[in-house]
Design a protein around this ligand. Sequence first.
Ligand code: F0G
Length: 458
Amino acid sequence: MKLPNAESYRIKMVEPIHRSNRPEREEWIKDVNFNLFNLKSNQVYVDLLTDSGTGAMSDKQWSEMMLGDESYAGASSYYKLKNAIKDITGFDYFLPTHQGRAAENVLFSTLIKEGDIVPGNSHFDTTKAHIEFRKSHAVDCTIDEAFDTVLDHPFKGNIDLNKLEKVLMDNPKEKIPLIIVTVTCNSSGGQPVSMKNMRDVSALAHKYDVPVYYDSARFAENAYFIKLREENYLDVSVRNIVKEMFSYADGMTMSSKKDAIVNMGGFIGFKHKDIFDKASVYNILFEGYLTYGGMSGRDMNALAQGLYEGTEFDYLKTRIDQVALLGQMLKDHGIPVQYPFGGHAIFVDAKRFLPHIPKEEYIAQTLAVELFIEGGVRGVEIGSIMADRDPETGLNRYPDLELMRLAIPRRTYTNDHMKYVAAALINVYERRDQIKKGFRITKEAPILRHFTVELERV
Ligand code: F0G
């Protein structure tokens, strides 16, 4: 018999979680105005709200925490992290920040001015918000295939070179401070970008003298997909793939809470010293001194270790296989999910799940609420609530895809939890015709409204 794959780690410490009953959950979700962010974590049984900062650190990472150097300036933890970043990404210069959006804040303060245009592949919501906050525009150049959840395409995170070149041709270079390539592309379903696409984007960008930065939160998962799916990479190690990916970029922002498997942290990597110098001023202003940014010494130590663990093949295989296990169970029951399955999450196509709910009633949010009521599983809406209103017209934006994301924390849940989640969503699918109405918004913030929005049933 062929031996099956099993996890590349065993469990040394556990954290109890509790199941609830349906009447309790119906009450709790109503009490928080149907916003899943406002639930208390102990009201949730399996929490798939995000894979960000929710991973389980290893014994080595916890040991590193004890070795943290908390000196204000010149801490050994800073140099440990600097060496790890150089080793894994190849970037010579870096700035520590407290998380990914802080890295965006510092980098964009350095590069972006009012009226600028920032092309990319489905910018993540904080990235887009940081661009729009500066009264500039994010232009989505993702390939059209990404928006067809049924279509099988190995690299749905790719940038459409024609769309990108049109933006580069139609605008003066002074108006395009950078191109952002998000690896993997979260908003299109945790979908990877191919090495060829990164190479081509880099060549095109440099032809127009525009720098390329990667939003790298899930760079290791992206590299794993390149190894499995792209010609000529099967025999290349994940670490070498990562090095090649970053060789085409001028810099990177990182939310370390994802692929570096820490609970908090981020950084910016730079190829060029002049930009690093300019950004350093903002880093001191917003984050902290250059050798700690927004991080404590122990956190930098754990992050340095996490960068190595997060780029190990066996770990990545365990991780991506677990995500695919959930995806396959759902797909086998006819539930419409973004296919191929993403790296960090399964994205359920809510428009096809609940075709009778109008888009004005927030389809993906309706589905996420139903899943919570069914099984105490918390997913998140990636749809028109998250898309915010158009800052110029004030009208709701309805993205092509209304998705409910089930993000899987790293090394946290077992495959039995995945079976539980699948069963809960299958139950919702079987009673989908009885879900007759969605929601309307009763209160919202002007930007990033999904975090605090309040809703009522239509
Ligand atoms: N870029 C991407 C692609 C992300 O997915 C995130 C965060 C960020 C940047 C911002 O990083 O949270 O450390 O400030 N994504 C989380 C998520 C929140 O749930 O997908 P951060």
